[in-house]
Design a protein around this ligand. Structure first.
Ligand code: TXE
Length: 479
């Protein structure tokens, strides 16, 4: 099936008529093509967005809200179709797409459709000076949204929904590896009655199509989720134009387990936080640090649970681990496993490719646990972004904190303990944008989301996202 660009409410071939193959990771076969869009397609998308802006930015909040909620309802009504498309394009289990990806994409539109009606601005009376200040929160204009392949529709809409709720018009690009659900979203937006040109979707490669969005002098803000190297590059390109940037980048998150935790709950959740979505979530707890007194027991129990996970075809309901997203990513993840032993790592379970009958060319890997001797090895310092976690013991709280923070990333951290004082101390001192205590990936859309250090700048979620997608203008009136 061929995918087309969505510009001004219509579907278009790329101007160059050049195309890129789209692969199905479950069997390694090409199953369609996507536009290899150029600067000219991005320019057309920009022109459509610019033309829609005067209308959309003056559309009442009630009307914007109504349309966003309608998009949400239509996504829910099309759950099965979207989940099948996401699973086929990305390799993730259909059960996950149905339970998480598509419902959360729908929630993004519903949440920001409601949030915009509650987005209050400040006023300050200058007492004794007969003056009052009030802050206008004005939409920026045309903004760019660039998203990755791991949670395709979920992260695409996580940017688009607040951007349009706030009154902006958007030029967006999904990952070239997983374009399908973004393509289907165009139809839904038309059905919901979204003003033409408010959302424009151009497909293509990062280095050309994505780069053209970032380089466009009149696209005033970029919201990006992806790898740290790409984020660094985008920051450099955007800096001379003083663009607003929100960059959500990689993670190498610690999962710190103390002996006083609720053990069974921790074990269940740690299996999920390690291997959900084949470990391809920036929030996965890929470095597991365990208090020495329970380390041996933990290893035995964790390995037993992980060995019971089913690596299978994404369309089967009982599959726990589907296919990795692409051949190149599969090779990258495998290379970390191949080099594990030269880094003094010991593979406790997994470590091999899986060949599924009938799908021999699919990108399947066993969930893999590697015991490491030191936190300084590559396995613990680089983002592998696959079904691979490391584990090692620690003796004291101070040591656990040092291990957790000693990494260039700072997206999330998970802490398992029932000790309140330790919880408070460590939550304060962990270098991360998000700390989960006795849970993982529990999301309330009102809360800030983003990282510190090499995990990025800016916060998404709730009013933080609406602040990003608006300019604050102060008006001071003397009376
Ligand atoms: O991501 P890229 P890649 C991490 C993970 C992974 C690594 C590389 O470790 O192995 O990043 O993945 C677009 N100008 N994460 O190479 O390239 C690209 O087309 C503008 C973490 O697939 O960052 C896609 O739409 N855009 C992560 C998007 O950027 C450009 C999720 C992300 O792709 C561009 C994914 C350019 N010059 C990978 N170059 C997370 N934080 O969740 C690329 N793009």
């Amino acid at each position: 099936m061929n995918i087309l660009n969505y510009i001004n409410g219509n579907f278009h071939n790329p101007i160059s008529n050049e195309w890129i193959d789209n692969y199905n990771p479950s069997n390694g076969e090409v199953y369609g093509q996507i536009p290899n869009s150029t600067k000219d397609d991005v320019e057309n998308a920009y022109i459509a967005a610019k033309s829609a802006f005067p209308i959309w930015s003056k559309t009442t909040l009630e009307e914007r809200s109504r349309i966003l909620i309608k998009i949400s309802e239509l996504l829910e009504a099309n759950l099965q179709r979207f989940a099948e498309a996401e699973s086929k394009d990305n390799g993730k289990p259909i059960s996950l797409a149905k339970a998480v990806d598509i419902p959360r994409a729908a929630s993004n539109f519903r949440f920001f459709g409601n949030a915009i009606t509650q987005f209050a601005s400040e006023s300050h009376e200058s007492v004794g000076q007969n003056a009052i200040n009030y802050t206008l929160r004005q939409p920026i204009g045309v903004v760019g949204c660039i998203s990755p392949w791991n949670l395709p529709l979920y992260l695409f809409t996580w940017k688009i929904a607040p951007a349009i709720a706030a009154g902006n018009c958007v030029v967006a690009k999904p990952s070239e590896v997983t374009p399908m659900t973004a393509y289907l979203l165009g139809e839904i937006c038309n059905e919901a009655g979204l003003t033409k040109g408010v959302l424009n979707i151009v497909h293509g490669l990062g280095g050309s199509t994505g780069q053209a969005i970032v380089e466009h002098p009149d696209i005033k803000a970029i919201s990006f989720t992806g790898g740290t190297a790409t984020g660094t590059h985008i920051a450099k390109v955007a800096a001379p134009m003083f663009k607003k940037l929100s960059l959500e980048l990689g993670g190498k998150n610690p999962n710190i387990i103390f002996a006083d935790c609720d053990y069974d709950d921790m074990l269940e959740t740690t299996v999920r936080s390690s291997f959900a979505n084949q470990g391809q979530i920036c929030l996965c707890g890929s470095r597991i640090f365990v208090e020495a007194s329970i380390y041996d027991k933990f290893k035995i129990d964790f390995v037993a649970k992980v060995k019971a996970l089913k690596v299978g075809h994404p369309s089967e309901d009982d599959t726990n681990i589907g296919a990795l997203v692409s051949k190149s990513h599969f090779e990258k993840v495998k290379s970390y496993i191949t080099n594990a032993e030269s880094e003094a790592g010991k593979i406790l379970c997994g470590g091999n490719e899986v060949t599924l009958k009938g799908y021999e060319k699919g990108y399947y890997l066993q969930p893999t646990i590697i015991e490491v001797k030191s936190n300084s090895c590559k396995l613990n310092q680089e983002e592998i972004f696959g079904p691979v976690v490391t584990t090692m013991p620690f003796e004291t709280e101070e040591e656990a904190l040092e291990l957790a923070n000693n990494v260039k990333y700072g997206l999330s951290a998970t802490l398992w303990t029932n000790n309140l004082k330790r919880t408070m101390r460590m939550s304060n001192d962990l270098q991360a944008g998000i700390v989960w205590v006795n849970t993982w990936m529990m999301r309330d859309l009102r809360t800030p989301f983003g990282g510190v250090k090499a995990s990025g700048v800016g916060r998404e979620g709730g009013f933080e996202a609406l602040r990003f997608f608006t300019e604050a203008k102060n008006v001071c009136i003397k009376y």
